[in-house]
Ligand binder design. Structure first.
Ligand SMILES: [Zn+2]
Ligand SMILES: [Zn+2]
Length: 909
C-alpha cells in the first residue's frame, strides 16, 4: 500500500471517484429522518432515498453518491451493548454509498467497486473476496449475472467468489416491496486475526463469524417487487443501492487492527488520555471506557447538531442516555467533573469541515453536554447506591433479573437510564427486565399525555390502503404518483369520488352517520406536516344531495391521501361528483399563525442568538406553539423585544416571496431547515423582507400573502419543556384581538371600581394595599392594648378562695400568645396566686392557667387544673405544674368553665 490516506481523504476519494462517473453528490440527510415517523433515527444510507425506490418520489438525478450519518441504538439494529467492548461496533457511524435509480446496473457497479478498491485505494487483490446470491430454497434465480461480472475483473481470483443464500445475500426493505440479490465484498485480514481457531468445527472463511474476514461493501441490486411471501415480480426500473462502513474501511486502509485506532477516533482517545493523565499502557488496560466515551461523544455531538438535545423521552432520551452512559464510564477513569464538551470539541474540529452543522452549532453542543453531565452528577450517587442495594437484594433472593418497574423508577426518580442500570447489573452477572422497563415507560408516558410524541405510526389499516392505491393506479383512476396534492391553490371544480372506505372495507356507497374515508383524484385539504395541522371542512355532492363533514386528513400509504369524517346528510356513492370545501376561515387563521411562526423564529435568533433553533412546533387555528433550544428562561425584556420585533415586521406589510429551488442552494444561502422535516431535492422556500431577508425558511406550509394579513401578534406563554428546551405560545389576528380585548375589559373594570385613570391604577392599588397593611398593624396594636387593659381591670379585683389569691378572667380578643403574656404578668405581680385566663379566638374557646412556685410546692398543678376547666368547653389540654394551656369547642360555656377553678381549689385545698 502507498502512503496512508487520512480518513477525510478516504471519504473524499470515494465521493470524487463516483462524481467522475456522473454521480451527483447528495449531502447526508439529518440523523432525524424527515417525514418518517416509523423510524427513530436514520440507520442506513438508503433512508433518504426510500421513496425513490418505492416509486412515490423522483429526483432530478439518476446517479447519486453520499456519506450518510447513521445512528443505531434502538430497534432491530441495536449494537449499544457491543459498543466499547469490541473494535468495530459504534452507535454513530458514517455509511458511504453510491446509487443508481434506474440507471447503471450490475456491470458498472461491480467494475467500479473493483477499480476503486484495487486501483485507487490499492488494496491487494488477493485480500478481496466476493459473495453473490444463490438461493438456498431454489426458488429465486441465482445471480449468475453478478458472478460472471466478478470473474471478468482484472486480477480477481476466481476461487474468491462464493455463493451464499437469502440470509447473507438477498436484501429486502420489508415484508413486501422492492428487493433483490446483493453482492458483498469481504477483506481478508490474515489468518492471525482468526479468534475462533480453537473452536471445534470453525471453518475459517467468508461469513465464518471470526474476525479474519470483514465485510466492507455491499452492493444491492434491486430488481424485484415482492407482492407476497411467494410472489416476486421483476421491476421495470432496476436500481443499485450500495453501502460501505466508513470506519471499517478506514481501519483497513490505515492498516490498524481496530476502528478506534484510525485517525477518526485517535484524536478523541488522545484527548481523553490527556484528561486522565494515563500512560499508553494504562490507557490500553482501560480500553472499554475510552472507546465508549469516544463513541458516545461523537454520537451526541452529531445528535445535538441535528437538534436532538438531552431529554426525557424518544430521541431526546437516547441523547440523554448516551451522555450519561459516557459520564458513568468516565467515573471508571476517575473523571468526576464534566468532560464531554472537551471530547466533543475534538469531534467538531475533526469532522466540522465535512459536516458544517457541527461548527454552526458548536456552542449548543458543548453547552448541552456540560449541562446534562451536571444534572446527572446531582443524582448519580444516590442512584448507584440504590441500584446496588436492589442488586444485593436480588442476589440474596437468588433472582437474576431486576424488574422493569424498579429499573424505570431508578430512571424516573434518580435519573439512571436503563442502559446504565443494565451495564451495572451485567457487570455483576445479573440482568434487567427490558420489556418491563419499556412497559413502565410507556405507561408513564401515556399517563403524562406525551404518548403522541412520535406522531402517527401508521395503523393496522396500511394494507387495505396500499392495495386500494395499487388498484386505483392500475385501472387508471389515479396516475402513477397517486393523489394530486395542491394545498396552495383552491380546487373549486367538482371532482369524482374514487373510493369510500368504512370499517376497513371499500364500499360502493355509505350512509348518514357512517364514519368514512374519502379518496379523490386530487385535493387541496392540507395534510398535517411541518407542525401545521390538517385542514377540516366538508365534501359535498355537486348536486347538493349529500354532505360529509371532514375532520381529519392522512397519508396512509404511498400515493394515497384520505379525507376522514362523518356522513351528515344523504348517501354518497363512488363515482359521484363532489366539491372539496375547505373551512377557509379556519385555514386563514392557520396561515396567519404559520407566517407568524416564521417571524417568531427569526426574532428569537435576533434577540437570543442563533442557538435558539426550532425544536418542534405546532401551527393550529387558535394558537401557535414554538419549541426552541435555549438554556435559561427568556426574560420579560427579551420576550417583549421578540414580540415587538414580530409586530414591526407585520406592520411593514412585506410581501411573502415563495419560490422553488434546489435544496443544496437553499441551504448554502442560509435558509433555515426545520427539525424532523423531510425535504426533497427541490424545495419550497419562504422569504420575508426586502433586499435583506428577515426570515428565510424551507417550508411546505400555507402562508398569508403579506405580513400585514397577520394582524396583531401576542405572546401568551413562555416556559420550559425539557432541559435546555423552551416553549413559546402566541396568538394572532382575531384571537389576539379577543385576548387583548378580554384583558382590557378586566382592566377597565378595575379602573372603574377604583375610580382611577389607566396610569393611576397601579399606584392606587399599591397605596391601598399599603394602607390596609398599616391599618392591620394598628388593629393588632389596639387589640393587645385592649387585652392588657382588661387584664389590669380584672387584676385590681382578685378573689380569694380557700386562702389563695385567684384571678379568673375572660380577655376578649386575646390569642394564645396574648394569654401567655398576661399569665407571665400575673406571676410577676403576685407573690402567690393562681390565674386562669380565657378567650374566644377564631370562634373557639382557649384557656391558660398559671400557678406561682410556692403553690406548686403545696401540690397545685396547672396541667390538672386546666384539664378540669377545659372539659366544660368540650376540650382538653395539659402542661407543666406552673403553666398549662388548653383549647375547646363550645365558646358559650367559657364563663361556666372558669367556675371550675373554685371546685378545683376546694378539692385540693
Ligand atoms: Zn477464522
Ligand atoms: Zn413553515
Amino acid at each position: 500500500m502507498q502512503k496512508k490516506l487520512t480518513g477525510a481523504e478516504i471519504r473524499q476519494s470515494y465521493i470524487d471517484f463516483f462524481i467522475e462517473r456522473g454521480h451527483t453528490f447528495v449531502p447526508s440527510s439529518p440523523l432525524v429522518p424527515g417525514g418518517d415517523s416509523t423510524l427513530l433515527f436514520t440507520n442506513a444510507g438508503m433512508v433518504q432515498f426510500k421513496d425513490v425506490f418505492l416509486g412515490t418520489d423522483q429526483r432530478p438525478y439518476t446517479r447519486a453518491v453520499n456519506s450518510q450519518k447513521c445512528l443505531r441504538v434502538s430497534g432491530k439494529h441495536n449494537d449499544l451493548d457491543q459498543v466499547g467492548r469490541d473494535d468495530t461496533h459504534h452507535t454513530f457511524f458514517e455509511m458511504l454509498g453510491n446509487w443508481s435509480f434506474g440507471d447503471y446496473y450490475k456491470q458498472d457497479a461491480i467494475t467500479w467497486a473493483w477499480q476503486l478498491l484495487t486501483e485507487v485505494w490499492n488494496i491487494p487483490k488477493d485480500r478481496l473476496w466476493a459473495a453473490y446470491f444463490k438461493d438456498d430454497f431454489n426458488e429465486i434465480p441465482e445471480d449468475d449475472e453478478a458472478a460472471s461480472i466478478w470473474l471478468k475483473q482484472p486480477g480477481f481470483n476466481p476461487e474468491h467468489l462464493l455463493p451464499f443464500g437469502r440470509k447473507d445475500n438477498f436484501w429486502e426493505m420489508a415484508e413486501t416491496g422492492p428487493c433483490g440479490p446483493d453482492t458483498e465484498i469481504h477483506y481478508d485480514r490474515g489468518p492471525e486475526f482468526c479468534n475462533l481457531k480453537d473452536v471445534p468445527g470453525h471453518i475459517c472463511q467468508v461469513n465464518g463469524e471470526c474476525e479474519r474476514f470483514v465485510e466492507i461493501w455491499n452492493n444491492v441490486f434491486i430488481q424485484y417487487n415482492r407482492l407476497s411471501a411467494n410472489d416476486l415480480v421483476p421491476l421495470e426500473k432496476k436500481h443499485v443501492d450500495t453501502g460501505m462502513g466508513f470506519d471499517r474501511v478506514v481501519s483497513i486502509l490505515q492498516n490498524v487492527s481496530s476502528n478506534y485506532m484510525t485517525d477518526l477516533f485517535m484524536p478523541l482517545i488522545r484527548r481523553i488520555q490527556e484528561m486522565t493523565g494515563h500512560s499508553d499502557q494504562e490507557r490500553d488496560e482501560n480500553l472499554t471506557p475510552y472507546r465508549v466515551i469516544a463513541d458516545h461523544a461523537r454520537a451526541t455531538a452529531f445528535l445535538i447538531a441535528d437538534g436532538v438535545v438531552p431529554g426525557n423521552i424518544g430521541r431526546n432520551y437516547v441523547c440523554r442516555m448516551l451522555v450519561r452512559r459516557a459520564s458513568r464510564f468516565g467515573m471508571k477513569l476517575d473523571l468526576h467533573q464534566p468532560f464531554m464538551a472537551e471530547i466533543a470539541q475534538v469531534v467538531v474540529d475533526e469532522y466540522g469541515d465535512f459536516y458544517p452543522e457541527l461548527k454552526r452549532n458548536a456552542t449548543t453542543i458543548l453547552d448541552n453536554l456540560t449541562r446534562e453531565e451536571k444534572q446527572f452528577h446531582k443524582t448519580v450517587d444516590a442512584g448507584l447506591e440504590h441500584l446496588n442495594e436492589l442488586l444485593r437484594d436480588l442476589k440474596k433472593k437468588g433472582k437474576t433479573h431486576l424488574n422493569g418497574e424498579q429499573a424505570f423508577d431508578l430512571y424516573a426518580t434518580l435519573g439512571l437510564p436503563l442502559e446504565i442500570t443494565r451495564d451495572i447489573a451485567q457487570e455483576q452477572g445479573l440482568d434487567v427486565d427490558n420489556q418491563g422497563f419499556a412497559e413502565a415507560m410507556e405507561a408513564h408516558r401515556l399517563a403524562s399525555g406525551a404518548g403522541k410524541e412520535f406522531g402517527e405510526m401508521g395503523g393496522e389499516d396500511v394494507d387495505i390502503y396500499a392495495k386500494l392505491a395499487e388498484e386505483l393506479i392500475e385501472n387508471g383512476k389515479l396516475d402513477k404518483m397517486g393523489v394530486k396534492y395542491s394545498p396552495y391553490q383552491p380546487i373549486r371544480e367538482p371532482e369524482l369520488i374514487l373510493a369510500l372506505v368504512k370499517d376497513q372495507k371499500a364500499e360502493f356507497s355509505v350512509e348518514s352517520g357512517d364514519q368514512v374515508s374519502v379518496i379523490m383524484p386530487r385535493t387541496w385539504f392540507y395534510v398535517e406536516s411541518g407542525g401545521q395541522v390538517s385542514d377540516t371542512g366538508s365534501i359535498e355532492s355537486a348536486n347538493g344531495d349529500w354532505r360529509i363533514q371532514i375532520t381529519g386528513m392522512r397519508k396512509p400509504a404511498a400515493g394515497l391521501i384520505i379525507h376522514t369524517g362523518e356522513v351528515v346528510q344523504g348517501t354518497p356513492k363512488v363515482g359521484d361528483l363532489a366539491r372539496l370545501l375547505v373551512d377557509e376561515e379556519r385555514r386563514n387563521q392557520i396561515m396567519r399563525n404559520h407566517t407568524a411562526t416564521h417571524l417568531l423564529h427569526a426574532a428569537l435568533h435576533d434577540v437570543l442568538g442563533s442557538h435558539a433553533r426550532q425544536a418542534g412546533s405546532l401551527v393550529a387555528p387558535d394558537r401557535l406553539r414554538f419549541d426552541f433550544n435555549h438554556p435559561q428562561p427568556v426574560s420579560r425584556e427579551e420576550l417583549l423585544a421578540v414580540e415587538a420585533e414580530v409586530n414591526k415586521v407585520i406592520l411593514q406589510n412585506y410581501k411573502l416571496n415563495i419560490t422553488q429551488k434546489p435544496l443544496q442552494q437553499a441551504i448554502e444561502e442560509g435558509a433555515m431547515a426545520l427539525f424532523g422535516e423531510k425535504y426533497d431535492s427541490v424545495v419550497r422556500t419562504i422569504t420575508i423582507g426586502d433586499e435583506q431577508a428577515l426570515s428565510y425558511e424551507l417550508c411546505g406550509g400555507t402562508h398569508v400573502d403579506e405580513t400585514g394579513d397577520i394582524g396583531l401578534f401576542l405572546i401568551t406563554y413562555e416556559g420550559s419543556i425539557a432541559s435546555g428546551v423552551r416553549r413559546i405560545e402566541a396568538v394572532t389576528g382575531w384571537r389576539a384581538y379577543q385576548i387583548a380585548r378580554e384583558r382590557m375589559n378586566i382592566f377597565e373594570d378595575i379602573n372603574q371600581y377604583l375610580g382611577t385613570s389607566q396610569k393611576e391604577a397601579l399606584p392606587k392599588i399599591i397605596s391601598l394595599s399599603d394602607a390596609l397593611a398599616s391599618a392591620n398593624k394598628e388593629i393588632e396594636k389596639l387589640r393587645i392594648q385592649q387585652v392588657a387593659n382588661e387584664f389590669e381591670e380584672k387584676f385590681s379585683d382578685l378573689d380569694t378562695i380557700e386562702g389563695v389569691q385567684v384571678l379568673k378572667a375572660i380577655l376578649p380578643g386575646a390569642d394564645m400568645d396574648a394569654l401567655l403574656e398576661m399569665a407571665d404578668k400575673f406571676r410577676q405581680k403576685v407573690n402567690s396566686g393562681i390565674a386562669v385566663l380565657g378567650s374566644i379566638y377564631q370562634e373557639k374557646p382557649i384557656l391558660m392557667a398559671a400557678i406561682t412556685e410556692d403553690l406548686v410546692k403545696r401540690g397545685f398543678h396547672a396541667g390538672k387544673l386546666i384539664k378540669q376547666v377545659a372539659a366544660i368547653v368540650g376540650g382538653g389540654g395539659g402542661g407543666r405544674p406552673a403553666l398549662a394551656q388548653a383549647g375547646g369547642k363550645d365558646p358559650s360555656k367559657l364563663s361556666e368553665a372558669l367556675d371550675q377553678v373554685a371546685v378545683y381549689l376546694k378539692e385540693i385545698g
